[in-house]
Write a protein that binds this ligand. Structure first.
Ligand code: SER
Length: 596
């Protein structure tokens, strides 16, 4: 048996002995990255350094990073998927490369963790002609040199053996993944990645590309190694457990749910796991140094959904009373030694959870009343089948926070059916409408639409484009804030701008103002917007929806996805002047400018 503490410590110590500096876990809420809600990997806080910025810890780093991934929510409750997890990782920032990375991964697994070489299997990148990326024979050869037989090495494509970028653009590359046999019988000679007994435990990414906004892969200035080992999965494998939920990282939480529900874990395993996962995740998000409360937007909405889902699953296992706080207290006491912020923020966590649980209990009550009214109406209708239309089930969802599955179950009890496609259609319409609205809000979130602020808004677009012209295509917006007195614009750039660069940017913006360029917008699909070179942070999900976005054009100089409003022609802006250029954080600069 190995404990979680021992595993964390062994990992950090091993890489320390190989010249790595131990760095603390960064916040779960990414700083200066509006494209993602949460830190999803250990590499995420290191993006500027992977792009070439110098890290104070040197070129070799190691950490245990708190991560949140919400994309797998439907899989949470199986043996391996989690919303919150801890990732052990080591990095080479333009220092060692494949040979050392693979050698050390193998050494750590087999010597320090004592895993059997005969139960390890490997996947490598198969290559991609269209992007000029080679098959990773080099890694496969290095694994063979460590003693992994050929039959245990497979080559797979992009969906398996390519990592990143974390957002739309940034560092990425092929990876090689390590799997461990978790089955009771002997491990098969030939590695079949479809067999679920092969559990993926570690990933070495060879980050040598930067994906640009136009989808190209440019070689990075430096070749980096980025690795990630899931703490929970590895702990399960090491201790012969079938699931991450059967490790000490979950057992105290599961025990508490058994107590509260008076039921055994194995009678409703999936429900128990979902409750445990969701409450653990919200404790870490609310208790983060940059903690987030439940709300209706952004990260806060994720917190709210997780809490409500946990409560609903709590009802399904028969917990009638409050459950969130008692379970949260167990999470806090289990993890406070490693993550002292949970103890420091305990009052905040508990208070917020209490408020949210009460609020949901109230809406549940009100919603049930409304539900009963609907039931009467639909029972009295002389229809062949008693079916609740999407209009009704969506109203319960939208106005009373009723998860659809719950509506379905209650309806069934009352002898009614629900119209599933109708509900899904309504939900989709609503999501598309709110995505379009929030995409607009993201860029055009103007509290004040006064004439002067509108001028600053258009000036910001000119500035953004001029910065790219002068400094390069790596410049992307990290934040923007406008008042009637000034504009403030944060953007990615690795070093201080020189006085000459500042003068050049100022000159371009003033020229574009003098040219009195017309400003207009068009509603385009995301694809068309990209084709027209519109600047934006194209989140993958957002792009897939294929809904229309508003693109503002300034003459043919700039195109940017934005909600507006803007001046009609640039001559209205006046004279533009940069008054300050400073650092916000590593890799992010801030400009303050005025117009007069
Ligand atoms: N970024 C890679 C991952 O998340 C390795 O750290 O798996």
């Amino acid at each position: 048996m190995i404990t979680a503490n021992e595993l964390r410590q062994k990992y950090l110590d091993f890489f320390k002995s190989k010249g790595h500096t131990i760095i603390p876990s960064a916040s779960l809420i990414p700083e200066n990255d509006p494209t993602v809600l949460f830190t999803t990997a250990g590499m995420h806080p290191l993006v500027p350094y992977l792009l070439g910025e110098k890290h104070p810890g040197g070129k070799r780093l190691v950490s245990c990073q708190k991560c949140i991934r919400t994309g797998d929510i439907d899989e949470v409750g199986d043996d391996v998927h989690l919303t919150f997890f801890e990732m052990l990782g080591n990095w080479s920032l333009g220092d060692y490369w494949k040979e050392d990375a693979i050698k050390w991964s193998f050494e750590f697994l087999t010597k320090d963790l004592g895993l059997s070489k005969d139960k390890i299997a490997i996947s490598c990148f198969v290559g991609e002609k269209e992007n000029n990326i080679e098959k990773d024979e080099e890694s496969a050869k290095l694994w063979q040199e460590q003693g992994i037989p050929k039959e245990r090495i497979v080559f797979l494509g992009r969906s398996d053996n390519w990592w990143g970028p974390a957002g739309q653009t940034g560092p990425c590359g092929p990876d090689t993944e390590m799997f461990y046999w978790s089955g009771k019988e002997f491990a098969p000679k030939v590695f079949n990645p479809q067999d679920k007994h092969w559990v993926e435990i570690w990933n070495d990414v060879f980050m040598q590309y930067n994906k640009t906004i136009d989808g190209k892969y440019e070689p990075l200035k430096q070749k980096n190694v980025d690795t990630g080992m899931g703490l929970e999965r590895t702990l399960a494998v090491l201790n012969g457990k079938e699931s991450v939920y059967d490790t000490e990282l979950f057992l105290p939480i599961i025990n508490e749910i058994e107590k509260l529900s008076n039921k055994k874990y194995n009678t409703q395993q999936k429900e128990f796991r979902i409750i445990a996962d969701h409450i653990k995740a919200v404790v870490f998000i609310i208790g983060d140094p940059r903690g987030i409360k439940p709300s209706n937007i952004g990260q806060g909405y994720v917190v709210r959904r997780l809490i409500r889902r946990a409560i609903r699953y709590g009802r399904l296992v028969g917990i009638k009373d409050d459950l969130v706080v008692p379970i949260a207290e167990v999470v806090i006491s289990s993890f406070k030694d490693i993550y002292p912020e949970l103890q420091q923020n305990k009052k905040f966590i508990v208070d917020e959870l209490k408020i949210e649980e009460k609020k949901f209990a109230l809406t549940l009550e009100k919603g049930l009343k409304k539900f009963n009214e609907y039931i009467k109406i639909y029972w009295n209708k002389k229809l062949m089948e008693k079916v609740l239309p999407g209009r009704v089930t969506f109203d319960l969802y939208q106005s009373y926070g009723f998860p659809f599955e719950m509506t379905k179950e209650i309806a069934k009890e009352k002898g009614l059916k629900v119209h599933i496609e109708d509900f899904e259609r309504k939900l989709k319409e609503h999501q598309e409408a709110s995505r379009t609205a929030s995409a607009g809000k993201f860029k055009g979130g103007l509290a004040d639409n006064s004439e002067i602020v509108v001028k600053y808004h258009t000036a910001t677009h000119l500035l953004h484009k001029a910065l790219r012209d002068v400094l390069g295509e790596h410049v992307s917006q990290k934040g923007s804030n406008l008042t009637a007195e000034r504009l403030r614009f944060d953007f990615s750039h690795p070093q201080k701008m020189t006085p000459d660069e500042i003068a050049k940017v100022e000159k371009i913006v003033n020229e574009k103002i003098k040219e009195d360029l017309p400003v207009h917008f068009e509603m385009l699909s995301v694809e068309e917007a990209k084709k027209k070179g519109a600047m934006s942070l194209f989140e993958e999900k957002y792009a897939k929806l294929g809904n229309k976005v508003k693109v503002y054009f300034i003459g043919d100089y700039s195109a940017e996805i934005c909600g507006g409003p803007h001046v009609e022609h640039t001559g209205q802006i006046g004279k533009f002047k940069i008054i300050k250029e400073e650092a916000v954080s590593a890799g992010v600069r801030r400009i303050k400018a005025i117009v007069a």
